[in-house]
Design a protein around this ligand. Sequence first.
Ligand code: 4NP
Length: 161
Amino acid sequence: MKIKVLFVCLGNICRSPMAEAVFAQQVHKYGLHDKIEWDSAGTAGYHIGSAPDKRTLEVLRNYEISTTHKGRRLSSQDVSDYHYIIAMDNANYEDIQRVHSQHKGTSKLHLFREFDPMATLDREVPDPYYGTMKDFELVYEQCLRSSEGLLSHLKEILKTK
Ligand code: 4NP
């Protein structure tokens, strides 16, 4: 059985599609695509069916990463369908936790930057929506480190399966 990972932010157009695309590239790099499955979603339904924000797409393009993701909202089924739900910030985490307890979810919940070796007390990937390209670059760097960390964790779990 594949390990299923869902990345979640608010709108599912800036951070979580970036996280998902960076993670997907690393999963392929390590040849783990037959063992791990992934997607992303938003806690809000503002951008259902939309392509990622053009600034997310630009940063990804600069690193030769592509994505075909379209925005979707976190569902009550997700909190049991996915083994891991990875929140970008504390507000996302609390929103996911609410759905999780209402629907007796079985997923494990984490903040993405719990896996970032450079994170200090602040373990959020900050919302870049009202920011500049510099903020999107920062999100990319945080995603890159957190994704490597998350994959190291999953590799350990896969060894025991
Ligand atoms: P995201 O960023 O949660 O990283 O996708 C946002 C995208 C859209 C909005 C807020 C945050 N919005 O208010 O529409």
